[in-house]
Structures are given as C-alpha cells and as structure tokens.
Design a protein around this ligand. Structure first.
Ligand SMILES: *Cc1c(COP(=O)(O)O)cnc(C)c1O
Length: 474
C-alpha cells in the first residue's frame, strides 16, 4: 500500500514515511491510494475478534513496510486493559472501547477510557509506540513540537513519555487550561517531556508552532516533528473502533448502523468515512458541532466558509471550538472523485482565506457518502446531560452531549445509533455540575491529581525563545 497526496504533486510514499512526515510537500494530506475492502466472509471472521486482533487485521491492510510480528507486538502493547483502564463499572476494560446501551437502539461507544480520559489516547498511544519503533529502525530521533488548548497535549505527553529517541515540547496558554488539564500535563516528571506555558492564548501557541514548522532549515536541522490531527497514523488508529462498535450492536452484516461523531478538526469522523469505504455497513455518519458550526453549514448548504479565530466562540465543549477543519480536505478529495486538479481549485480559495461552494452535482453526492449534520448550543448540552442522567443514570461530558443532541435529530427507530463518547465527564466536571448539580465521581487514582508537583516553564510569547529552548534541550 502506497500513500498519495490530495494535491497530486508529491511522491507516493510507504506508511513509515507518511507516519513521520506530516503535510505532503505539495501542501496536501496523505491518503492510501485506495481503500481496501472487506468481503462479507472477512467481516464474519472479524465479528468475534478482540480489539487487538481487530486492530491488527485493519492495520495490516494499510501497513506493508513493518513485519507482521512486529506490528502485532506494537498493537498488543498499545491496546491493553492496563492502559485503557477507566471503563465504567458495567463495562469491561478488556474491550478497550466498550459500548453501553443507553436506551432502545441508542448506544454510547466509550472511547475515553485511556490515561487522559479523551478519545485522543486511542490514536496517540499507538503513535507513541510506532514512532519509537520506526525511529529506532531508521536510527533517527525526533523532537515533537505541539500546541494544546487542553486535550491533545496530555494525550501526546502520556503517549510519548519515556519513549526512546523522542522529546516533546508542548506549548500551552499560561493559566487558561482547566486545573485538571494543567495538572494532567504539568505533573509529568519525565525528562523527555518539556511543558512550555506561553504568556498568551491558544492561538499564540499555535502561531509559534506554525512559525517554527515553516522554518524548513530549522525544522530539518533540529528534526522537528508534529503529532497534530492531520497525521495519517491517527486516522488509521481511529478506524478500528467503528468496526468494534458495529460488531457490538449487530448480529449479522446485513444490519446497518448510524454513528454520531462530535466533530472539530474532522479527524475522528474522517476515520468513520474510511471505515464505511472499507465496507462497514454504516448508513449515516452524523456530524455534530457546537456553536462553531462551519461544518454543519457545509453539510446543509454545500458552502464551506472557514472562520478566523476571532470569529470562533469559546464554548462549554472547548475541544470543538474549531472553525477550519484540518482533515476536511481528505473527505472533499474523495467527494470530488479523487480529482486533484479540482481539489486544488477548491482549496486555492480556502488557502486565500475565502470560501467555496460545491456544485449542485457534487452537493448531491454528499448523500451517497452517508453524511448528515446538526449543531447544538450550551442549553442543548445542558439538556442532553440532564435528561440522560435522569432517564438512565449515565453521566456524559459536554462534547458527547453535542453528539446526543445530533443523534436525536437524526436517529431512525429501526437503526441502531452509536454516539461516540469523546471525553469522560470528570474532565469537564464544572459544566456537568451546572447541568445536574452533581460532580461525576473521580477514580481513586485521580483524586489528588491537582496536588501533585508540577513541572513547567513560563515563556514570553516569542518564536525565538521557543527555538532557543529546543536547541538547548534537544
Ligand atoms: C479533539 C476532540 C474532539 C474533536 O475531534 P476531531 O477529530 O478534531 O473532530 C471532540 N471532543 C473531544 C473531547 C476532543 O478532545
């Protein structure tokens, strides 16, 4: 399997090269040159598999430059019940992403039982192990530079801590993360993790990262890498749980299901799209947004009009406060029949800070791909958390609540609807308290998280000081 760029002007690469690469040299995103398709017989075999076997069976179709035995070892090491240990009492941690029946034909797919309590652990834990493996084979090292507003940073650091050949430089806005999120990252004492608190907001951190990555000479010389959501390895890891969820709620392959996905950068739901292209019987993929509803607008009108950070609202589902979805190019590439020329025409407008509108003909095609969408507001989130708690006694977080609202808008009584749980409620406990007047129970191991010693350095909002820090600490 080789990988091609959506913009059509980059060399075809093997998996390991795409893994460490980030953006393609022509500015596009890498995708497999075709989607492998599972037959009905293969799906039947996969139905009874453990999460680990399922992951291996799917990864094997996309990775042909790592020996099977090594890949299997990496998968087994990554997806263990010890690491994904925060399952609810009524669930089994061994399932890694267990499902929970909420009510008739409405299910929760728990993706947030990993060390940082958000679904990003599923992909990051895999990246940590496969990065370490590939770097060792190639005799290389990597300095990962990232910016976080709260969820990506902890997931990346827990996945990379203690890994050979890898250093992490993570920028965060000084003093604006929740105490829980700050404690998650800053309490890590590993020597290969550097927390840099920037006197500024998240966008300032993001701008510094972009400036460093755009300095190609510096990037090359100091081996700077990224783990942002455009990384193909992250999408790949996320395909697995769509299969797991499907097999959990169906008994034969003639049954179709719907998935609802709380969406920001379009990474998670892009994996759902790939799963569907691989033959998983998915009827609808429901895009759930919050007040930052650029994608909802697109799926309803065909008009894609990204907004600036000034036009982006701060909401109670903060990890979805995104107005330009970095993985969206992958889906549009497929929608345009994988025509790079046409993709480039569309993206020229986006890169110039403008918008595009799909032709009537292309807009109709969205239906063929199963996409529908909905947005929600703060009051919807509060209502969803409250009604689920009152009706079935299950507490969900604010992002998953955006999903529940969208699922209600689109669920058909005859189809199972699976809502992806993208974070555990303890991560956003203030908003949960606002909705139901009760704080979600913390596992014992996290009770005193905020009291642990913290390690971070405060920096001025300056590209040069971050570069100097990388040079001094690499
Ligand atoms: C990152 C994140 C999202 C958005 O996921 P995308 O892959 O960017 O669409 C949703 N919910 C939570 C809790 C997140 O951390």
């Amino acid at each position: 399997m080789k990988y091609i760029s959506t913009r059509g002007c980059s060399p075809k690469l093997a998996f390991s090269e795409v893994l460490l690469g980030g953006l393609a040299p022509d500015g596009g995103l890498y995708l497999p040159e075709h989607y492998p398709k599972f037959t009905n017989d293969e799906l039947n075999k996969m139905r009874g598999m453990t999460y680990q076997d399922l992951a291996f069976c799917i990864f094997e179709k996309f990775i042909d430059d790592i020996p099977s035995n090594d890949l299997k070892e990496i998968v087994n090491k990554t997806y263990s019940a010890d690491i994904f240990s925060f399952a609810r009492e009524e669930q089994k941690a061994e399932d890694i992403t267990p499902t929970l029946k909420l009510k008739n034909n409405l299910f929760l797919l728990s993706l947030s039982n990993g060390p940082t309590l958000a679904f990003k652990d599923i992909a990051m834990q895999f990246l940590g192990n496969i990065f370490e493996y590939v770097l060792e084979k190639k005799g290389k090292t990597l300095n990962i530079l990232g910016a976080t507003s709260g969820d990506t940073g902890p997931a990346a650091e827990y996945a990379m801590k203690g890994k050979k050949g890898i250093k992490v430089f993570m920028l965060s806005p000084h003093g604006t993360m929740s105490p829980f999120q700050a404690a998650q990252m800053y309490s890590l004492q590993d020597s290969n993790i550097l927390n840099i608190a920037i006197k500024g907001v998240f966008d300032d951190c993001q701008d510094i990262v972009k400036a460093v990555l755009n300095d190609l000479e510096f990037k090359d010389l100091y081996k700077i890498g990224a783990v942002n959501s455009i990384n193909w390895g992250r999408i790949l890891a996320q395909i697995v749980y769509y299969f797991k969820g499907y097999f959990d709620v169906t008994s034969k392959n003639s049954e179709k299901v719907d998935f609802t996905v709380p969406t920001g950068n379009f990474g998670n739901i892009c994996a759902g799209h790939v799963a569907r292209m691989m033959g998983l019987p998915i009827n609808h993929l429901v895009v759930a947004t919050n007040e930052n509803d650029v994608l909802d607008e697109f799926f309803n009108t065909g008009n894609y009009s990204p907004r600036s950070s000034k036009e982006t609202f701060q909401t109670s589902s903060p990890s979805m406060d995104i107005s330009k979805a970095s993985n969206f190019e992958r889906f549009i590439f497929d929608l345009l029949g994988r025509n790079s020329t046409s993709l480039k025409e569309h993206w020229k407008k986006i890169d110039d800070g403008k918008s595009f509108k799909l032709s009537e003909e292309n807009f109709k095609k969205i239906k063929d791909y199963g996409f529908v969408s909905s947005s929600s507001k703060h009051t919807n989130r509060m209502d969803s958390i409250r009604s689920l708690y009152n009706e079935v006694g299950v507490i969900i977080d604010t992002h998953t609540a955006d999903g529940i609202k969208a699922a209600m808008d689109h669920s058909a009584p005859s189809n199972p609807m699976i809502v992806l749980e993208t974070a555990l409620p303890i991560k956003f406990e203030k908003s949960v308290f606002e909705a139901i007047g009760v704080y979600p129970k913390r596992p014992d191991s996290l009770k005193d998280l905020e009291l642990l010693d913290q390690k971070f350095e405060v920096f001025e909002n300056s590209v040069e000081s971050v570069k100097k820090c990388i040079i001094d600490n690499r």
